[in-house]
Write a protein that binds this ligand. Structure first.
Ligand SMILES: Nc1ncnc2c1ncn2[C@@H]1O[C@H](COP(=O)(O)OP(=O)(O)OP(=O)(O)O)[C@@H](O)[C@H]1O
Length: 594
């Protein structure tokens, strides 16, 4: 059997039991009064149960002495009803609280996930991160309230029952506890196995989400590659792993569940034997034996509760460990800020001072002492072979990653000194694959500038030549564009992405040109948009088209993580061998020297 790979399975081990308990307390703390109320109700219910055998003993004693039993019967009925009401109310309070714990955990996870640093997201799988929000938090439901209350009521009622049993007959209690102790040791050995299986099952659920996310992220490619069956098998394998570990957890839970039954059954037989002998010898009245046996069955309840609490705890601890891993990931510090959109903004300058950068420890240097200066305004193109580090320049300007050496300055100020949200608010960024989000065209346009007015939108639509498209669409701006904008053409998606960036009225526009060639009309339109924008904004373009560079005020030629030359098209064509080679082909990046 394949027992392999639960990539995150070490989580529970790494998070020590004390930390798990601390984290659990953190979840319960805001709801402690509700949990206390639930506990009180559960205890009231349990107390009702605890009094029953004593009432039964009194009833039997009265019957034997020929007394009346009406009042006792009435009292027992009221007791049963009251304890039922208390238990039902307590259960509701706890379930409600459990949902609130899940909500709080989800809210904090969601808030955290969207603020994660890009380097962390590069390391993790988005599908797995999603499953922590959807699936792992669900497991908190039982552990945060039910397990806490079950453990507390179980412990209290167990002690109370033991005290009453000791008062009834110490010898029989000794027999009972002896049997329970033996079975408890066996149960304690089983516990960690449940936790381990639960964590592996949750990790497999994460892998399943990762697989699905991968498929839907490239749905057409999957179909076009005829990869449906292979991808189905991949996701199914994770589903089967989740099943296998789930079943393993169920098996140990069943063992644990029967262990508590066994404890009580064995204790019952032992008490019956020893107690029967003592009644026969006249050392003990029969009513005491009956009451003791009833307590023994009553004991099932707290023992069952303790076992249930323990297995919920094992499952919950697995979830807590996985959630805590997200808490351990580095996030960005962003502050909310009101943007001033009315005034025409001043273009910013950009400067790289001897910038070195690698994407992570142990990865190669992508930038090696990159140094260039771009004054405010105008258009600067970055060219160079594929992988030279051009898009990485943009990632560092946006501070998606931080330079490992040197400084990146925007408007003369180190990007690490800018408040992050302020830095990004002056930048408009168009990614290379120009992502469009599910939703309407309008939602996509105002995504980076939620306060944009209809006039702003109209102006930008005209500039990006999207007005004709809007007129054609059945619901105009309110037409849904499909998952990732699949209902738009590639050129339209790119122009939507540019319009979105322009609506932000950026002081600096970062445009990572798509490698695909646009048709002549679109190319011309795009060229005009960039030229127009460059009049009032600093525009940096990772250029893949000759037309873009011939228009540029300056061109930065990059090669293997270094700036090789800076100049205009004419200058570079005459002076730089690589640039001359690149420019000789229409598609600038394909002439890589490899
Ligand atoms: N998130 C990342 N993690 C690790 N390595 C990365 C990451 N992003 C990019 N790289 C690596 O960094 C190098 C430079 O990438 P970059 O995207 O800056 O190149 P580029 O010059 O823009 O290339 P292209 O013209 O093909 O878009 C590449 O070799 C790439 O493999």
């Amino acid at each position: 059997m394949n027992t392999a790979s639960a990539p995150e399975a070490t989580g529970a081990e790494s998070l020590r039991a004390r930390e798990t308990l601390k984290a659990l307390y953190g979840y319960v703390r805001p709801h402690r009064w509700a949990v206390a109320l639930g506990l009180l109700c559960a205890l009231a219910g349990a107390a009702g149960g605890l009094l029953q055998p004593l009432a039964t003993k009194t009833l039997v004693d009265r019957l034997s002495s020929g007394g009346t039993i009406g009042t006792i019967l009435l009292a027992m009925t009221v007791l049963v009803l009251l304890s039922m009401v208390a238990e039902a109310f307590g259960a509701y309070v706890l379930e409600r609280t459990a949902e609130s714990v899940v909500l709080a955990a989800r809210r904090s996870l969601i808030g955290r996930l969207l603020r994660l640093r890009l380097a962390e997201v590069d390391r993790m799988q988005p599908g797995d991160l999603m499953s922590r929000v959807t699936s792992d938090t669900t497991l908190l439901r039982a552990v945060s309230t039910q397990a806490v209350v079950s453990a507390a009521t179980g412990a209290v009622t167990l002690v109370a029952a033991v005290v009453v049993m000791a008062f009834l007959d110490a010898v029989l209690l000794g027999v009972t506890l002896g049997v329970v102790a033996v079975v408890s040791v066996a149960a304690a050995l089983v516990m960690p196995k449940i936790g381990q299986a639960a964590e592996r099952a949750q990790a497999a659920v994460g892998e399943m989400s990762t697989g699905l996310e991968r498929v839907f992220g490239a749905f057409r490619t999957v179909k076009a590659s005829g990869a449906e069956e292979r991808e189905t098998a991949r996701v199914e394998a994770a589903a089967r792993r989740a099943w296998r570990h789930g079943v393993r957890s169920a098996k140990w839970e069943a063992v644990l569940g029967s262990a508590d039954d066994l404890a009580v059954e064995l204790a019952f037989l032992a008490v019956l034997a020893v107690g029967g002998a003592r009644v026969a010898s006249g050392d003990m009245p029969v009513s005491t034996l009956i009451a003791f046996l009833l307590y023994l069955f009553y004991l099932m309840e707290p023992v069952y509760k303790l076992v249930e609490a323990a297995s919920h705890y094992q499952e919950g601890a697995a979830a807590i460990a996985r959630i805590a891993q997200v808490d351990g990931l580095a996030t960005e510090k962003t502050e909310k800020q009101d943007r001033q959109r009315s005034v025409r903004p001043r273009p910013t300058s950009v400067r790289f001072e001897e910038v070195s950068f690698r994407y992570g420890p142990g990865l190669p240097d992508i930038h090696q002492r990159v140094d260039f200066e771009v004054p405010g305004g105008g258009m600067t193109a970055f060219v160079g072979p594929s992988g030279a580090g051009k898009s990485t320049v943009f990632a560092l300007v946006e501070r998606f990653y931080e330079a490992t050496g040197g400084r990146v300055l925007v408007d003369g100020k180190d990007v690490t000194k800018w408040p992050l949200s302020e830095l990004r608010s002056v930048i408009g960024y168009v990614e290379q694959d120009a992502p469009v989000l599910a939703g309407t065209l309008r939602e996509n346009l105002v995504f980076a500038a939620p306060g944009a007015t209809d006039d702003d939108i109209r102006e930008v639509l005209a500039r990006t030549r999207l007005d004709a498209l809007v007129e054609r669409l059945p619901h105009g701006l309110d037409t849904p564009v499909g998952h990732r904008g699949t209902k738009l053409s590639g050129g339209e998606r790119q122009r939507v992405a540019i319009a979105r960036a322009l609506l932000r009225r950026p002081r600096l526009l970062l445009l990572d040109e798509a490698t695909s060639q646009l048709d002549a009309v679109n190319e011309l339109a795009l060229r005009d948009v960039i030229a127009e924008t460059a009049r009032e904004t600093t525009v940096l373009v990772v250029a893949h088209r000759l037309s873009t560079v011939t228009d540029a005020d300056r061109i930065v030629v990059m090669d293997a993580g270094k700036v090789r030359a800076v100049g205009t098209h004419e200058e570079l064509r005459a002076e730089d061998e690589l640039y001359a080679q690149l420019a000789a082909t229409q598609l600038l990046t394909s002439a890589g020297r490899g």
